[in-house]
Write a protein that binds this ligand. Structure first.
Ligand SMILES: [Zn+2]
Length: 1081
């Protein structure tokens, strides 16, 4: 909080969005426009000759064994893409899909009745925020549920309960007496209280990134293990709206061997039921071993509430939910079990159980007994228990029914079926893929939430990135504190700040938080929590950087380092701080949070231009000066963006000094060209070159921006991309690639559901002022509409940074009336992909092929072809791949050959009847980020189910999602070292450090350092030049210089099980695609 207050009074500059609210004149104009660059080239060349930039390329060689392009899906594995092809998506009664049950007379009364075991699993589904905030839910409901649970499970010795959300359990536990804690221990030990999943929350599976999914799982699992000494064995993910193929991998490697999922397309459930495949081993497409497989149970009916769990008839099932609380609507309907009604009631329930059992191959079913926030009234415990006990007693006494009904847990269920697995009753099914999109009803596709509230989806990505970066730097500071034998004073405060940040980001992964499907006031609560995490992470990062740069000689808290990007309030996007170069020298501190050498241009905002920049060797570096606009056509006279080249080692820190001087600085003013307006206001003291449109051109002449590797053409009329030109081998290769903005109009969309009236229509209104800012280090085209600011930047970098276009949008749906509109950014290319087929990532971990929905021809339904994207999507034909990297999660689709589109916001007046009770009308000015690349194969291979990005694409994605972290300080002290280089040798290109963080016990004492490493899959056959990671060994030993050999162990993902002790930090073994976890103590 202190940190935030400090920054609030600062003058902040929003270089991007400040122009949006301004009204300006459009002066349409069709004169001859000079092609940019022509008059500029000489000057530019002279400048560059005088100021050569040094780039160091060390290269990277692909080992053939690392390529992951040569495998296929075995025939007997169900691929979910194929499953859709053979699924009947036609609905039956009332828009609902039917499941293929056996005939009742056969299922319940046939001659060869097999014994049936029914396990009733009492549970309560607890959303950490939805219609109420997490605190409100806790105080009004959750704490009572847990209080009652202890009392009633003590009383009812055969009753059981399962619990998933550790965020709540942990909070309740803190305030319990020793006696209660002992009682809970006994319940856990006896197996009557089962912790399922054991993550901080039950995460959404569409928009979440695996970095934070793992992070919240480590937090939950560490607490569960420390508190109870147990390791969760089953995951319980019953409410997320569709299921990702990445989660089974994460659950399996966290030590769980079973999983339960709920919401998959009802039509798909029907098909799986028909194939007796509602239980299967979920395999990774890319994995040939079965070590990644996990047994998955799909809950067959619509929902997890008792109305949908006892059997196919929800009206009958509803009568077996015995909660009877005065004032609730069901109060008068619910009939407790009596001597008079038990015969009929038991028969009805028996038949439902038998019908449910007909969907499975073995003789055991489990029946969840609960719903949202159940068991909050103490009476409910008695009502459910007593009535079910009567039913059980009766049913179990009927030998002809061959049934045994009892209370139990999910663990009990899986144990029981795994006993039968050995028999022929449980044929082994295997499945690969995922379960998107989800639909619960005809015409209701839950593909809207992939894009709902993009402001928060972007916000959480920034928090995730920053938290990860600060955790890593903090871990390094800790290791060096030991090594240097210098006290790291901030160590006292860091655990609380980090824990709070992890918990606050963790809560946002909840399936009503990052999904954007909570009430507006609950969203604000999440945003406040995200802001706290954002600030805490920065606080820790600043302190760690200060410690490392001063060897602990400076111990200011907060540190002297201030973040260059801050958020003034939770309602605003990140904004650049204005940095003032001084006579003494203002320091800019840049930290590279990745394991690879980063050579790239960075930008900061300054309030003067008469200064020099010196790098860590105290060599002067040139910089480009770009304008910041106060309106569409007026340049700010006091604020500038400067761009300069940096090179930072893996996890390293470099400092730059900005010092005012009296001589001409080594800088280059960019040139500004304005289209579609005759006005360009530049203060006379500013030395920006200008190329004003005069009446001598035509608007058909394209705007061209280029570097040594690529060029891009834009249409002057709207400033939108039109062509991509590659310059390899002295030849040019042109790819048609047009960018456009459109919008869908809702006919039934809401927070969850996407249901447009038809194809997208034009969204852009009026003619924008188009600005071209051109300089030696970067050139960009900016389109300034009233409601949209769109910029595309090309860096003039000979490496990877120069091989992509950086795209940024700032959309403000409130400026224009965009109610019931769902805007998209669409890219139209000449790629000859199969219509509707494209690839998306799954939680940033792997890539899956998407197809047109099988019903597309029949319904022309756009909403069915939308899929979630977390970090990357691409379309490809046999030769070329167009990739869009995203800095936030989106819904995306490829509706026509060559198209790829991303939904960028949604403003919806109406509720979509999934319980939220309101539309989405709290849209904020939202900035979204992308990178666009085009790559060519050397060989063509047809892929449709899954593939991999190129190695270059993996690294480019790091530029976007793990940017260099910038800090600054006006204090230029000699105590501050010019740089810190912990890893002289970067890690191999395909190695990604998912996380490196301190583990804390509940009392916040240190419990070792967690290191999680992913060896990313990549597809060979693409160029691999420009990659600067020559290493082959995963050698992280230099990050932990004081650590003794042998004090490192390899563990399960969340560190609960040791797999190998005495691991060598100099050569960690991580096979392709796999994630490995280590603990350094
Ligand atoms: Zn839920």
């Amino acid at each position: 909080m202190r940190l935030r207050m400090k920054f609030r009074h600062r003058v902040v500059v929003m270089s991007v969005a400040g122009t949006l609210a301004v009204v300006y004149l459009f002066l349409m104009y069709t004169g001859l426009l000079p092609k940019i660059f022509s008059s500029h080239e000489d000057k530019l060349k002279k400048f560059m000759d005088k100021n050569p930039l040094s780039f160091s390329f060390k290269g990277w060689k692909v080992n053939a064994g690392q390529c992951r392009a040569d495998f296929s899906v075995p025939k007997d594995v169900i691929a979910t893409q194929d499953l859709a092809e053979r699924t009947d998506f036609n609905t039956y009664v009332n828009g609902l899909y039917n499941l293929p049950h056996a005939e009742l007379k056969d299922a319940a009364y046939g001659p060869n009745l097999r014994p049936l075991s029914v396990i009733i699993v009492p549970h309560s589904h607890l959303d950490p925020g939805w219609l109420e905030t997490v605190d409100e839910y806790y105080n009004r409901k959750v704490k009572f549920i847990l209080d009652h649970m202890v009392r009633k499970l003590h009383l009812y010795q055969d009753m059981t309960f399962i619990w998933a959300e550790i965020i709540f359990f942990h909070r309740w536990w803190e305030s319990q007496s020793k006696l209660i804690k002992e009682q809970v221990h006994d319940l856990v030990k006896s197996g009557r209280l089962e912790i399922v999943s054991g993550g901080w929350v039950m995460p959404d599976e569409a928009s979440t990134h695996y970095i934070s999914v793992i992070d919240q799982l480590i937090e939950g699992h560490q607490w569960v293990f420390e508190t109870f000494g147990i390791k969760p064995s089953s995951s319980w993910s019953i409410d997320p709206f569709g299921h990702s193929g990445t989660m089974p991998y994460l659950w399996k490697h966290s030590g769980m061997s079973n999983m339960v999922i709920g919401r998959i397309h009802q039509g798909t459930k029907g098909r799986l039921a028909l194939e007796k495949s509602l239980e299967f081993y979920w395999k990774q497409y890319w994995s040939s071993s079965n070590s990644d497989d996990i047994l998955c149970h799909v809950m067959p009916y619509m929902l997890y509430s008792l109305h949908h769990t006892c059997g196919p008839d929800k009206f009958i099932c509803a009568m077996f939910d015995f909660r009877k609380i005065p004032g609730e609507p069901e109060f008068s309907i619910i009939q407790p079990i009596t001597k008079e009604n038990i015969v009929n009631k038991a028969k009805e329930l028996y038949e439902q159980y038998r019908l449910k059992s007909s969907l499975f191959t073995h003789g055991t079913i489990f029946v969840p007994l609960g719903d949202d926030f159940r068991y909050d009234h103490i009476e409910e415990w008695d009502q459910q228990y007593e009535n079910y006990k009567k039913l059980m007693k009766y049913m179990n006494s009927k030998p002809e029914w061959k049934i045994n009904v009892k209370f139990g847990t999910i663990n009990d269920y899986f144990k029981e079926i795994k006993n039968t697995e050995m028999s022929s009753l449980f044929p082994k099914r295997e499945l690969s893929g995922d379960f998107f999109p989800y639909s619960d009803h005809d015409k209701a596709y839950w593909t809207g939430y992939f894009s709902t509230r993009p402001f928060d989806k972007r916000f959480s990505r920034e928090v995730e990135t920053r938290l990860r970066a600060s955790e890593i730097l903090h871990s390094i500071a800790l290791a060096y504190s030991d090594y240097w034998n210098v006290k790291y004073k901030f160590l006292q405060r860091a655990p609380r700040l980090l824990k709070e940040a992890r918990d606050n980001l963790g809560i946002f992964l909840h399936h009503d938080a990052i999904t954007g499907t909570s009430k507006a006031y609950v969203v604000e609560d999440y945003e406040e929590k995200l802001l706290l995490a954002y600030d805490n992470a920065m606080h820790v990062m600043g302190s760690a950087a200060q410690f490392l740069l001063t060897k602990g000689k400076l111990d200011n808290d907060p540190s002297i380092l201030e973040p260059e990007l801050t958020r003034a309030t939770y309602k605003q996007s990140s904004m650049h701080q204005k940095i003032s170069p001084t006579k003494e020298g203002t320091r800019i501190v840049l930290y590279n949070p990745t394991s690879h050498l980063r050579s790239e241009f960075v930008e900061v905002i300054v309030d003067s231009v008469e200064f020099q920049i010196k790098d860590s060797k105290r060599k002067e570096v040139p910089f480009q000066i770009n304008p910041v606009f106060v309106s569409g056509t007026e340049v700010d006279r006091t604020v500038f963006e400067i761009v300069f080249l940096t090179e930072i080692s893996a996890f390293g820190i470099e400092t730059y000094i900005l010092q005012t001087i009296n001589r001409t600085p080594k800088s280059f003013w960019s040139k500004i060209t304005i289209y579609n307006s005759e006005e360009l206001i530049i203060g006379p003291e500013l030395k920006f070159e200008q190329e004003r449109p005069r009446h001598r051109g035509n608007l058909n002449e394209a705007i061209l921006i280029e570097n040594s590797q690529i060029a891009a053409e834009f249409k002057p009329i709207n400033g939108l991309l039109d062509k991509w030109i590659e310059k390899a081998d002295n030849k040019t290769k042109v790819t048609k690639i047009m960018l456009d903005f459109k919008q869908y109009t809702s006919r039934g969309s809401g927070a969850y559901i996407f249901l447009p009236t038809g194809p997208a229509t034009n969204m852009l209104q009026g003619t924008p002022v188009v600005r071209v800012i051109e300089g030696p280090f970067c050139t960009e085209v900016q389109s300034v509409y009233v409601h949209l600011y769109h910029r595309v930047r090309l860096y003039h970098h000979p490496g990877l940074q120069g091989r992509q276009l950086f795209i940024q949008n700032a959309l403000n749906m409130f400026v224009l009336n965009m109610r019931d509109r769902e805007p998209i950014m669409r890219i139209l290319t000449s790629i000859n992909n199969e219509k509707g087929s494209f690839f998306t990532d799954e939680n940033g971990f792997q890539f899956i092929g998407r197809k047109r929905h099988p019903t597309d021809e029949q319904y022309q339904s756009i909403e069915r072809s939308y899929y979630p994207v977390t970090t990357m999507a691409f379309i490809e034909d046999g030769k070329t791949r167009v990739t869009v990297h995203t800095g936030q999660a989106h819904g995306a689709a490829s509706l026509e050959r060559g198209w790829l589109e991303f939904m960028i916001d949604r403003q919806l007046l109406y509720d979509d009847e999934r319980g939220l009770g309101e539309g989405i009308s709290d849209n904020k000015l939202t900035m979204t980020k992308y990178m666009l690349t085009i790559e060519h194969y050397d060989t063509s291979t047809f892929e449709d189910k899954f593939t991999f990005p190129s190695m270059q694409a993996n690294i480019i994605n790091e530029f976007l999602n793990h940017p260099i972290q910038k800090m600054y300080t006006p204090i230029n002290s000699e105590i501050v070292s010019p740089n810190f280089v912990p890893l002289k040798q970067p890690l191999p290109c395909d190695i990604f450090v998912v996380g490196m963080k301190s583990l804390y016990k509940a009392d916040l004492s240190f419990n070792g350092t967690s290191l999680v490493i992913h060896r990313k899959g990549f597809r060979c056959g693409y160029p691999s030049d420009g990659l600067q990671c020559p290493s082959t060994n995963v050698n992280v030993a230099p990050l932990f210089p004081g650590v003794l050999k042998g004090s490192v162990r390899e563990t399960s993902l969340t560190h609960l099980t040791t797999k190998q002790s005495k691991v060598n930090l100099e050569n960690l073994q991580v096979p392709p695609m796999e994630i490995k976890s280590f603990v350094i103590s």
